[in-house]
Design a protein around this ligand. Structure first.
Ligand code: SAM
Length: 380
């Protein structure tokens, strides 16, 4: 390997080792399976804020390309499901190589053992599948599913060039891949609001499922479930993880702020809801089943709430800089703002529990979110 690449790999390994909670076995796998083998020549680097995203081109500027591949940044490899050329630099991010620290954190939680049978959902570039293949060390023990045919074709080439024997399937990862079951581990690298039961059904008892839980309400969370012999799974939210959503579970489009709808005052500051901590976000999402997001402008702070089942139903609470009063505009009959603020104050009345006190049970009938113990269900 080129000396500069070796130095890049070592920089990445050192960075990942410093991330809280990441264990050494993942950093060692990242040394054995260098990331550059999976990154296309032209891609989009996203250093946190999408406004600062920039294109890297290996042919035009190989040094920047290499430095970014071995940086802590996520690298977007597809825009708008391939309808927009990556060189445009803007669009909906639909495939990527996630930030190495996030990849390392999720793999640490998965904790695969040699010879485990693993299902990965969301192949993307193929890098995570290759890391999993290295960690389990058994030919053909890793199956990875990608919904996008073009993304899968590129990943297949990357995996073949790196001599990785993972089994790549094109399909909807929500269905799992029953032909490869039972799995010891299911590793999900796209966000979900609802955990598909197929993943639990296809895991053996004691199996581990790690998935980004992104209910579309403020902060996102990583979920680690363990499967039980009765065909259910139970687990908690050990930390933060944000991923692009599973195709079939993408949130509703953002509501417009066109000043329409029923106008009324609210005593609750829009920031109280919009900037609530992760535990509150988890509780509000589970209790109400709604989506929320914020808007920040020079003179306004906006807190939106949307009903995913009824796109015309939404509310926005607005704080104007310098104003003591705040206003809510509500579209549709359902008092969404009141539902969300009620859920927030329930969370306050419980003593403001952090995300680590919440958990989830998944059965064939669906999912339940609970506080502290599985019998203290708060929502779905
Ligand atoms: C963040 S990327 C995955 C990164 C990947 N693990 C890697 O190492 O490069 C998310 C991927 O999930 C895929 N995806 C979205 N919905 C899916 C679904 N229903 N089934 C399978 N893959 C899906 C996207 O097309 C995208 O490639």
């Amino acid at each position: 390997m080129d000396e500069a690449i070796v130095q890049g790999v070592e920089r990445l390994v050192a960075h990942v080792r410093e991330v809280d909670g990441v264990r050494g076995f993942v950093a060692r796998a990242m040394r054995a399976v260098p990331r550059h083998q999976f990154i296309p020549d032209v891609a989009l680097v996203v250093p946190g804020d999408p406004e600062k995203a920039f294109v890297i081109d290996r042919e035009r500027d190989p040094v920047t390309w290499r430095d970014m591949v071995y940086s802590e940044h996520a690298i977007v490899t597809q825009l708008d499901e391939g309808r927009t050329d990556i060189r445009a630099g803007a669009g909906a991010y639909t495939s990527s190589s996630s930030a190495p620290s996030t990849v390392a954190y999720l793999l640490t939680l998965l904790d695969p053992e040699p010879d485990d049978r693993v299902l990965e959902v969301g192949t993307g570039t193929g890098w995570t599948a290759a890391l999993l293949d290295h960690l389990v060390g058994t030919q053909g023990a890793v199956t990875t599913i990608e919904v996008d045919g073009a993304v899968a074709a590129r990943a297949a080439k990357n995996l073949a060039a790196a001599s990785v024997g993972a089994h790549l399937v094109v399909g909807d990862g929500a269905d799992g891949f029953p032909q490869g079951a039972p799995y010891d581990r299911v590793h999900v690298t796209c966000g979900v609001r609802k955990v598909p039961y197929a993943w639990i059904e296809q895991c053996r008892p004691g199996g581990v499922i790690v998935a980004p839980y992104c209910p579309g309400f403020g902060d996102n969370h990583v979920l680690r479930l363990v499967t039980l012999p009765d065909g259910t799974a139970v687990g908690r939210f050990p930390g933060y993880a944000s991923y692009m959503m599973m195709r079939s579970q993408r949130p509703a489009t953002y509501a417009p702020d066109d000043g329409s709808g029923l106008r009324r005052p609210t005593e609750v500051h829009p920031r109280t809801i919009g900037l609530a901590p992760p535990g509150a976000d988890l509780a509000m999402a589970a209790i109400t089943g709604l989506y929320a997001h914020i808007g920040r402008e020079e003179t306004r702070f906006l807190s939106y709430v949307l009903d995913p089942a009824a796109p015309g139903q939404w509310a926005v609470a607005i704080h104007h800089r310098g104003d003591a009063e705040h206003t809510v505009y509500q579209m549709g009959d359902r008092p969404l703002w009141d539902e969300v603020t009620d859920a927030y104050f329930r969370w306050v009345s419980w003593g403001k529990p952090g995300r680590e006190r919440f958990g989830m049970t998944v059965t064939e009938e669906g999912q339940r979110v609970w506080l502290d113990m599985p019998d203290q269900v708060i929502g779905k």
